[in-house]
Design a protein around this ligand. Structure first.
Ligand code: IPE
Ligand code: IPE
Ligand code: MG
Length: 239
């Protein structure tokens, strides 16, 4: 079977807390390990020719976690921003933050903006980090934007107003950590994504695990509502 590299991969990076708890470590230690896994994943995507990677790093519902964990995650974001940008730059990665920034601290917001500006012209891989993101928030903000501009609300106008309008929809959506749910991730954009669930916890999700997900994806038949027969190449005429 030929390996088909998805143009756009989206990932719900779940299982950091359980990874840490299993080792009697604080949950934040799992999130730190998760950053290491993400760094390797970004690099691997660039190497194998994935063009867009979109990850779920903090959901609009994650504010409901204990204050200590929420502030740990904010600190980790600030730290990662300070540390990782030169490597992204060297690898030709353009980073974009997707989500509601208004609830984030001034310092974090400034960090996001400078990381985006510094990597804006890179073209090897577009790396979308969904932070304080919710799929419902995205649909609502897109509709509100169109309404404010007096634009009609159609599938096409909504699509263009959505936070991920700069990239095509994800081809493959991976969720680690064993849960089989969307958790308010890309509700609009995942309409035709191939779903892949693995019990592997995010900090353990390495290059080989990504290759395995891509191999699984390669065997899928994407019909987009058509029949299998319609997709098959037309029979060759006899000579
Ligand atoms: C995902 O890992 C990362 C975030 C939600 C920020 P979790 O922290 O949800 O890990 P588990 O699901 O508790 O193991
Ligand atoms: C989804 O994971 C959000 C992120 C990975 C950032 P959660 O761990 O928050 O999802 P639920 O609450 O188990 O559905
Ligand atoms: Mg979780």
């Amino acid at each position: 079977m030929a390996i088909v590299i998805p143009h756009h991969i989206a990932i719900v990076m779940d299982g950091n807390g359980r990874w840490a708890t299993k080792r009697f470590l604080p949950r934040v230690a799992g999130h730190k390990k998760g950053v290491d896994a993400l760094r390797a994943c970004v690099r691997h995507c660039g190497e194998i020719g994935v063009k867009v990677l979109t990850v779920f790093a903090f959901s609009s519902e994650n504010w409901n976690r204990p204050a200590e964990e929420v502030s740990g995650l904010m600190d980790l974001l600030a730290m990662a921003l300070g540390r990782e940008v030169p490597a992204l730059q060297a690898e030709g990665v353009s980073i974009r933050f997707i989500g509601n920034r208004s609830a984030l601290s001034e310092k974090v917001r400034a960090g996001l903006e400078s990381a985006e500006a510094m990597t804006a012209t890179n073209t090897k891989l577009i790396f979308n980090v969904c932070f304080n993101y919710g799929g419902r928030w995205d649909i609502a903000q897109a509709a509100a934007k169109l309404a404010a501009q007096g634009e009609p609300i159609t599938e096409a106008t909504l699509d263009r107003a959505m936070a991920l309008a700069h990239v095509p929809d994800p081809d493959l959506l991976i969720r680690t950590g064993g849960e089989q749910r969307i958790s308010n991730f890309l509700l609009w954009q995942a309409a035709y994504s191939e779903l892949y669930f693995t019990g592997k916890l995010w900090p353990d999700f390495d290059e080989a695990a990504l290759d395995e997900a891509i191999a699984d994806y390669s065997g899928r038949e994407r019909r987009f509502g058509r029949t299998s027969e319609q997709l098959a190449p037309p029979p060759r005429k006899a000579a």
